[in-house]
Design a protein around this ligand. Structure first.
Ligand code: 3MF
Ligand code: MG
Length: 344
C-alpha cells in the first residue's frame, strides 16, 4: 500500500483575475466560501499568508491577532481542513518597498523580523510548524542600490531570529530568481539550502520548490526537487507550469510541458514523497478569461493531472526501460517515454 498524496493550495489561487494591465474581472469570493470549496475540489491543506489568516494584523494587538487566528482554526476544523504553512506577506506593505529583511533601512529590517515572528505565532495558533518565506523583494532593481554581502548576512540574521523565536518551527524558503525584482538573492533551492547551513539550526531550514520559479532560473524543476529531496529538505511544492522564459505564469500543472510534469511526479514517486506526509501544493491561477462560476477548475484539473501522472509513473514499463538503459539506447528510451505519455 502506498501512502496517499495530500493536496493544498492558498486562498489567493481563487482570485478576481486582475493582472498588471487590467482590473478584476470576477467578484471576490469570501474567505469562508473559499474554505467550503477545498474539500469539494479534493484538497485538505490550506496555505496561508499571515494576513490571509488575520487581515490587517499590523493594526491589531498580539492578543487580538491570537483571537482572530483561533477563530480561523475553528473554521478549518469545521471544514475538516488543516493549515499547511503560514508565509509572512512582507512585499505588499509600504515598509517593504525595497525589500524587507534586506532593506537598507535598519528600522525596516526590524519591522520585517517582528512581523515574521507574528506570522510564526499565527502558524502556532493554526497548528502548523511550517513557515514559508517567498523572498519577494529581497533583491535589487539595480545592483548598486545594495551591498549584496550585507544582504546575505541580513537574511541569515532574520532566519536566526525566527528560528530562535520558536524552537519547533521549520522554515521553507521558496526560491525564485526574479519578479518582482530584477534579481533576487535566493534564486534557486541550492542557494536556499546553502544559506540554511549558515543559520543557528540548519536542520530547520529547507525549501519549497515552485515549478515556474525553477523554470525562470533556466533549471529543470524535477532536478531542483531531486536536489532538495536528496537532502531531506523538500518540505512543500508549488506545482504549476510555465511556457518559457517570461513573467511567472502559474499555469495549471502540466498545461505547457506535460513531460516536465511527468518528471516532477516521477521524482516525487521515486523519493516516496507521499510517505513524508508533506503536501502537494498547487500554486495555479485561473485564466483571466474564466467566468466566475468556473474559476476554480484550474485547481481540480491540476490535481487530476497530478494523479493521472502518478498512475503513468506507476505503470511505466520499467523492465523495458532498464534494458534500454543497459544498452545505452536512449533514443529508444525516449520513444518509450513519449509513447507511454501518449497512451500507447
Ligand atoms: C510568487 C509566488 C507566491 C508565493 C506565496 C507564498 C503568489 O511567485 O509563488 O504566490 O508562493 O506568496 O509564499
Ligand atoms: Mg508560489
Amino acid at each position: 500500500m502506498s501512502a496517499e498524496y495530500r493536496f493544498s493550495f492558498g486562498p489567493w489561487n481563487l482570485h478576481e483575475g486582475a493582472d498588471p494591465f487590467g482590473p478584476t474581472v470576477r467578484p471576490t469570493v469570501a474567505f469562508a466560501e473559499k474554505l467550503r470549496m477545498y474539500k469539494q475540489l479534493g484538497f485538505e491543506g490550506v496555505q496561508f499568508h499571515d494576513d490571509d489568516a488575520v487581515p490587517d494584523l499590523e493594526t491589531l494587538s498580539a492578543a487580538e491577532v491570537a483571537k482572530k487566528a483561533a477563530a480561523v482554526k475553528k473554521m478549518l476544523d469545521a471544514e475538516g481542513l488543516v493549515a499547511e504553512f503560514v508565509a509572512p506577506r512582507l512585499w505588499e506593505h509600504p515598509n517593504g518597498i525595497d525589500g524587507a529583511y534586506t532593506a537598507n533601512d535598519p528600522a525596516v529590517r526590524r519591522w520585517a523580523i517582528d512581523r515574521s515572528k507574528r506570522a510564526i505565532d499565527i502558524a502556532n495558533a493554526l497548528d502548523t510548524r511550517l513557515i514559508v518565506l517567498w523572498l519577494a523583494r529581497e533583491g535589487t532593481y539595480i545592483r548598486e542600490s545594495k551591498n549584496a554581502l550585507d544582504s546575505h548576512r541580513y537574511l541569515v540574521d532574520a532566519l536566526n531570529e525566527m528560528l530562535r523565536h520558536d524552537p519547533r518551527s521549520q522554515i521553507a524558503i521558496e526560491s525564485k530568481p526574479n519578479e518582482p525584482m530584477d534579481h533576487a538573492y535566493i534564486p534557486t533551492v541550492g542557494h536556499a539550502l546553502a544559506i540554511a547551513h549558515q543559520t543557528v539550526d540548519p536542520d530547520r531550514v529547507g525549501g519549497l520548490i515552485e515549478t515556474a520559479h525553477a523554470m525562470l532560473a533556466g533549471l529543470d524543476p524535477s532536478d531542483e526537487m531531486a536536489f532538495a529531496l536528496s537532502a531531506g529538505k523538500l518540505w512543500s511544492v508549488h506545482l504549476n507550469d510555465q511556457n518559457g522564459l517570461k513573467f511567472d505564469q502559474d499555469k495549471s500543472f502540466g498545461a505547457a510541458n506535460l513531460r516536465g510534469a511527468f518528471n516532477q511526479v516521477r521524482i516525487l514517486e521515486l523519493a516516496k514523497y507521499a510517505e513524508t506526509g508533506r503536501f502537494i501544493g498547487l500554486d495555479v491561477k485561473a485564466m483571466r478569461t474564466q467566468k466566475a462560476d468556473v474559476a476554480h477548475k484550474h485547481l481540480a484539473n491540476s490535481r487530476q493531472v497530478f494523479l493521472t501522472l502518478v498512475d503513468k509513473v506507476r505503470r511505466f514499463p520499467n523492465d523495458q526501460a532498464a534494458r534500454l538503459i543497459a544498452d545505452r539506447d536512449y533514443e529508444a528510451l525516449e520513444l518509450l517515454v513519449l509513447e507511454h505519455l501518449m497512451g500507447n
